[in-house]
Design a protein around this ligand. Structure first.
Ligand SMILES: Cc1cc2nc3c(=O)[nH]c(=O)nc-3n(C[C@H](O)[C@H](O)[C@H](O)COP(=O)(O)O)c2cc1C
Ligand code: SF4
Length: 678
C-alpha cells in the first residue's frame, strides 16, 4: 500500500473512505426539474471513477418549499427525489467512492419571485445584499415546520442510499439564527448564544431521531464571519466545541467568512490572483481545539498543498472541489504517479460565476465537465491515422492539437508568434491573472508527450499548409481587436490589447469605452489606473463588464475603486475628434436626447475581435467540405462527412475567435467537440 498521506483510508462513523481527498458541496446547477438525473449522475460518476474518496453532492439542496433555489438546486423536499438519489448513489458506489449530500434552508439568501413565490423567511427582516429579498421575520410555526422539513429530507436521503448528509450554516438559515447580525428574535430562538444555537440543535435532534446514530451527519459552517458585530473566531470555536459535545454530528466542515456580498463570497472562496489556502490554518485551529474530524476546502488546488494539509494535521479530509471540476481523475493520477499530468485549476471561477449568470457550471478549460454524457474526459484512439495541420497555438488551437494527438493522429501546429498562448498570454500579463498561463502550459506538456510538432515564428500561407499534404486543416487563428466602432475618428482609438501588451503607453486622462464588457476592458483600465492616470470606464449597457461576472469583478473593483476610477453606464461613444490639446469625445445615449462633448488625452476601446480568417478563405477552394461543419453531425457526436468539392484534398474547419469573438471556453469546446470525432 502507498505511504502517501493523501492515499491513506479514513474512518468516519461506520464508513471507511478510501483516501483523504474529497469534493465539498458544489451545486453545478445540473438538476433537471430539481432532480439529479442523467447529467448529474454522469458528472459525479466521472469523479468517482477518478478516485475521489467522497463526493458531497448538491450544495444547498432545498429542504423546504419556501427555500426556492437561486441557482437550480435539488429539491429534496419532494418524495420523488428518492429513486433519483438511489440511481445516483448506486452509480457512484459502484466506483468505490462515498457519496453524501448537503441539505439546507436558504433563509433570506434567495428570492421570493422564484419557485413557489412564498415569502422568504429569516430570524430578522434584514435583507441580504446579494439576493435582495426582504424576508419575513420567522414565527413559531415557521420554525417548527422547517425543523420537520430538515428531518424529512434527511430521511429521504438515507432512503436514497446516501452515506451521509451535512447541514449548511454559512450565509443560510441555520447561521442566520447564529449570527447576532441576522437574528432579532426574542427567546427561545434569539438572544443568547444558547438560544441562537437552539434551532440547529433542534434540527439535529429531530434528524437523529429519524436516521439513527449510524448515519453520518456533519455540519458545514462558518467559524468566523469576519464581520463587525458578527460571529467571532471565539464564537466559532465555542460553536465547534458544542457541536462536538452534542454527540449528534460526525464531522465539522470548516469555512471562514461571510457570503452575503460578492466580495464576502470571494474572500470565502478565493479566485485566481488571491491567496492560496487562506483559511487552512484556521481550520487547523478548530481541529486542534476540538480534536474532532475536520474537513476543509478553499483554494487548495494543487496536490502538494493538499498533502501538506493532511501531513500537518490541520484537516482530516481535504477538499479539492474546483480542482476536480477541472480534472476529475486527480486521485487516479496520484496513484499512477502521473501527478504532472493533472489538468490544473487556474482559479478562473468561470464555473461558479456561471451558475448565477449562465445557468450551469462549466470549467473554463475543461469543456467535458458538465457534459459527461456527450464529451469525453479521456479521448479514444481513432481507427485510422490522419495528418492534421492546425494554424494558431492559442487555447483553441492547442486543444485541437491535444485532442488530435490523443486520437493518434500526426499533428503539426503553425504559430505566427514565437511562443504559444494567443490571447491567454496577453491575459496572463496581469500579475493577478498569471495563473491563466497554465491553460497553455498544460496543453503544451500534453502535446509534447503526444509528439505534436510545432512551428513557431511561422505565418502560415496556403503553400506551407499544402506542403504538409494534410487530411485535416483546423484554422484557430483567433482575431484582432475590433476598433471600428465610431461614426468618425476610429483612427484615434487605442485597443485594450495595446495597453495590456504594453505596446502603447497609458495616457493621463483616459476614457475606456467598453461595450464588449469582458475582462480586456477592465484589465486595461486597471493597468492605466495604476500609473496614476484618471480613468473613466464607459458603456452603453445598463451595467459595466457584464461578461466578467460577479466574483471575478471583485478584485477589479478593489483596485479600481481605490484608484478613484469613474464608471459611467448607459452612454455611447459616437465619435472622436483630435483637438489642439487632446481628443474630444462625442457622447450620446441609446435612450436619446443626449449630446455631450468631453476631453480626454487617450481613448481605449474594448469591442471584441475581428476574426483573422484570410487563410481560411484562401484554403476553402482546395478543401473537400469548403469549410462547412455539419451541425447535425457535430451535435450528434459523429465524424464530419460533408462533401462539397470532389477535387478537395483536405477537410477544412475553423474554430474559436477565428469564427466570431467569443471566449476561452467556447474556443476549447469548439476544438474538443470537433476533434474528438476526427
Ligand atoms: C459551482 C460551485 C457551486 C458551489 N455551491 C456550493 C454550495 O451550494 N454549498 C456550499 O457549501 N459550497 C458550495 N461551493 C463551494 C465549494 O464547496 C468550495 O467550498 C469552494 O469551491 C472552495 O473550494 P475549492 O477551492 O476546492 O474549489 C460551490 C462551489 C462551486 C465551484
Ligand atoms: S473554471 Fe477556473 S476555477 Fe472553475 S474549475 Fe475551471 S479552472 Fe477551476
Amino acid at each position: 500500500m502507498s505511504n502517501d498521506p493523501l492515499l491513506q483510508p479514513y474512518k468516519i462513523n461506520n464508513l471507511t473512505l478510501r483516501n483523504r481527498i474529497i469534493m465539498t458541496a458544489h451545486e453545478p446547477a445540473y438538476p433537471e426539474d430539481g432532480m439529479p438525473k442523467g447529467r448529474y449522475r454522469a458528472y459525479h460518476v466521472e469523479r468517482a471513477k477518478g478516485g475521489v474518496a467522497m463526493t458531497m453532492t448538491a450544495g444547498s439542496a432545498a429542504v423546504s418549499k419556501d427555500s426556492p433555489p437561486v441557482f437550480n438546486n435539488l429539491l429534496v423536499y419532494k418524495d420523488e427525489v428518492v429513486p433519483w438519489m438511489k440511481d445516483l448513489t448506486d452509480a457512484v458506489h459502484e466506483h468505490g467512492a462515498a457519496i453524501m449530500i448537503q441539505l439546507t434552508h436558504l433563509g433570506r439568501r434567495t428570492r421570493w419571485d422564484k419557485g413557489n413565490w412564498l415569502p422568504v423567511v429569516s430570524p430578522s427582516h434584514h435583507r441580504e445584499a446579494a439576493h435582495r429579498a426582504f424576508p419575513k421575520k420567522m414565527e413559531d410555526w415557521d420554525i417548527e415546520r422547517i425543523i420537520k422539513d430538515y428531518a424529512d429530507a434527511a430521511e429521504r436521503m438515507k432512503a436514497g442510499g446516501m452515506d451521509g448528509i451535512e447541514l449548511q450554516a454559512y450565509g443560510h438559515l441555520m447561521d442566520q439564527f447564529w449570527s447576532p447580525l441576522t437574528n432579532e428574535l426574542d427567546g427561545p430562538y434569539g438572544g443568547s448564544l444558547d438560544n441562537r444555537l437552539r434551532f440547529t440543535f433542534d434540527v439535529l435532534g429531530e434528524i437523529r431521531k429519524r436516521v439513527g446514530p449510524d448515519f453520518i451527519v456533519g455540519m458545514r459552517y462558518t467559524g468566523d464571519e469576519l464581520l463587525e458585530n458578527g460571529l467571532t473566531r471565539e464564537d466559532g470555536l465555542e460553536i465547534s466545541r458544542r457541536l462536538k459535545e452534542s454527540g449528534m454530528v460526525d464531522f465539522l466542515n470548516v469555512v471562514r467568512g461571510h457570503i452575503d456580498t460578492d466580495a464576502g463570497l470571494t474572500d470565502t472562496i478565493p479566485i485566481q490572483g488571491m491567496q492560496n489556502n487562506p483559511h487552512l490554518d484556521f481550520a487547523g485551529e478548530i481541529r486542534a481545539a476540538t480534536d474532532f474530524p475536520v474537513f476543509h476546502a478553499a483554494k487548495i488546488s494543487d496536490v502538494a498543498t493538499a498533502r501538506h494539509a493532511i501531513t500537518s494535521g490541520k484537516v482530516d479530509l481535504v477538499g479539492m472541489t474546483r480542482a476536480h471540476m477541472t480534472d476529475p481523475h486527480i486521485v487516479r493520477k496520484i496513484i499512477d504517479k502521473r501527478e504532472d499530468e493533472i489538468r490544473p485549476c487556474v482559479g478562473a471561477n468561470y464555473c461558479l460565476d456561471r451558475i448565477y449568470q449562465g445557468g450551469s457550471a462549466y470549467c473554463i478549460h475543461n469543456a467535458a465537465t458538465g457534459r459527461e454524457e456527450t464529451m469525453p474526459h479521456e479521448i479514444a484512439q481513432a481507427e485510422g491515422r490522419k495528418k492534421v495541420v492546425i494554424v494558431g497555438a492559442g487555447p483553441g488551437g492547442l486543444e485541437a492539437a491535444r485532442v488530435a494527438g490523443e486520437r493518434g493522429h500526426e499533428v503539426v501546429v503553425f504559430e505566427a508568434a514565437n511562443q504559444p498562448g494567443g490571447q491567454i498570454r496577453l491575459t496572463a500579463q496581469s500579475e493577478r491573472r498569471r495563473e491563466m498561463i497554465s491553460i497553455i502550459d498544460w496543453r503544451m506538456t500534453q502535446c509534447e508527450r503526444l509528439g505534436v510538432r510545432f512551428q513557431f515564428n511561422t505565418y502560415a500561407e496556403i503553400e506551407e499548409i499544402e506542403a504538409e499534404t494534410p487530411d485535416v486543416v483546423v484554422i484557430a487563428t483567433g482575431g484582432l481587436p475590433h476598433t471600428e466602432v465610431l461614426s468618425e475618428g476610429n483612427e484615434h482609438l487605442i485597443s485594450a490589447w495595446d495597453i495590456i501588451s504594453g505596446d502603447v503607453k497609458p495616457g493621463k486622462n483616459v476614457l475606456v469605452y467598453d461595450d464588449a464588457g469582458d475582462h480586456a476592458g477592465l484589465q486595461a483600465a486597471e493597468i492605466i489606473a495604476k500609473t496614476g492616470a484618471r480613468v473613466e470606464i464607459m458603456t452603453p449597457d445598463r451595467a459595466f463588464a457584464p461578461e466578467v461576472m460577479a466574483m471575478n469583478l471583485v478584485p477589479y473593483m478593489r483596485t479600481l475603486q481605490k484608484l478613484d476610477t469613474a464608471f459611467t453606464v448607459t452612454y455611447r461613444l459616437q465619435a472622436v475628434e483630435k483637438t489642439g490639446t487632446g481628443l474630444k469625445a462625442h457622447i450620446g445615449s441609446d435612450y436619446g436626447g443626449v449630446a455631450q462633448q468631453r476631453e480626454f488625452d487617450q481613448i481605449i476601446v474594448n469591442h471584441g475581435v475581428v476574426p483573422m480568417d484570410d487563410l481560411y478563405f484562401d484554403l476553402k477552394p482546395g478543401s473537400s467540405n469548403q469549410g462547412e461543419i455539419s451541425h447535425d453531425q457535430l451535435l450528434a457526436g459523429q465524424p464530419q462527412s460533408v462533401q462539397r468539392n470532389s477535387e478537395g484534398s483536405y477537410q477544412l474547419f475553423r474554430i474559436g475567435d477565428a469564427v466570431s469573438a467569443r471566449n476561452t471556453h467556447a474556443a476549447i469546446y469548439d476544438a474538443l467537440r470537433l476533434m474528438k470525432d476526427i
